[in-house]
Design a protein around this ligand. Structure first.
Ligand SMILES: Nc1ncnc2c1ncn2[C@@H]1O[C@H](COP(=O)(O)OP(=O)(O)OP(=O)(O)O)[C@@H](O)[C@H]1O
Ligand SMILES: [Mg+2]
Length: 273
């Protein structure tokens, strides 16, 4: 049986209940930022994400969501005592290979073209030039940026810049994608469109995704599972499964009773209603 057929037949999580084949695993991982006044950002977090699962992380502003992603990405060290593993290997202060990150604000270089920016991560990852040249055009095509390959970031709309940033991560073909509110700064319509793009891409590539979002609708539409965090110091207060069948179609998914029920439950958990 191929990986993809197995994924369709088994509920996500079934193969990694023990964490052995987990893409990401945190066990008792906490974080206090030390300074003149210490800031306790995260209380101990236990979280196992099987390969291929799409996980949304929601919680109040300042509860430690970005910190959590930065810990997984090896950009912030967790406190001593906990464990953080990516693909079964401990994260030890360097970004694990096979991991792509898109942050709250894009990291495109203003003096480089869209084409160069989209290939930049791959260049830094040491992927040969010829291979990057093969990968970039179809990626621009997939993200609707083909006509803008030679433009610079300031010549793009906000949504196009975020798409380019997503492309930069995807060109590296990471097994794991960490997305920190990649569409947070965009208007609702552009955001909805990009959600649909992201869903299409994920349905094709089936990477493991950890998406931080403030949007309940985005979380329910995209994710297999939603992690709800408490106020700072953040910890996991709820681990919700989204039982909406895939492939999800934007036109019909949001009208399903399961969508409304999950969104309402999430709103209650987050204290919105
Ligand atoms: N490098 C740092 N040094 C000191 N404190 C930090 C650092 N990074 C984050 N913090 C603190 O840790 C806490 C959690 O911040 P974090 O950015 O993870 O929150 P968040 O949940 O992503 O918030 P938002 O939803 O607003 O993006 C905050 O109190 C923040 O001030
Ligand atoms: Mg954040």
């Amino acid at each position: 049986m191929t990986r993809s057929t197995r994924r369709v037949m088994e509920p996500p999580g079934a193969e990694a209940a023990d964490g052995a084949s987990a893409a990401v695993r945190l066990a008792g991982a906490s974080k206090t930022f030390r300074g003149r006044e210490d800031v306790r950002a995260l209380d101990p977090i236990d979280l196992t994400v099987p390969a291929g699962e799409f996980v949304a992380i929601v919680g109040p502003s300042g509860c430690g969501k970005s910190t959590l992603l930065r810990i997984v990405a090896g950009l912030v060290d967790a406190d001593a005592g906990g464990r953080v593993e990516v693909q079964g290997r401990p994260v030890d202060g360097t970004t694990p290979p096979d991991l792509g990150v898109v942050f709250q604000t894009h990291n495109l270089l203003p003096w480089r073209t869209v084409e160069a920016n989209v290939g930049l991560g791959a260049r830094l990852a040491g992927i040969p030039k010829a291979e990057i040249a093969r990968r970039v055009p179809p990626m621009l095509e997939m993200l609707g940026l083909s006509g803008f390959a030679g433009k610079h970031p300031h010549e793009l709309s906000g949504g196009m810049r975020q798409r380019a940033a997503l492309g930069q991560a995807l060109v590296c073909r990471p097994d794991i994608l960490l997305l920190d509110e990649p569409f947070g700064a965009l208007d609702a319509l552009t955001r909805d469109r990009l959600n649909v793009e992201l869903l299409k891409i994920w349905q094709e590539l089936r990477q493991t995704v950890l998406l931080v979002t403030h949007s309940i609708a985005e979380a329910v539409f995209l994710a297999d599972r939603i992690i709800v965090m408490s106020q700072r110091p953040g910890t996991v207060v709820e681990d919700l499964r989204v039982n909406i069948p895939r492939p999800r179609d934007p036109a019909t998914t949001r009208a399903l009773p399961e969508f409304t029920e999950t969104a309402q439950r999430l709103s209650r958990l987050m204290g919105v209603t």
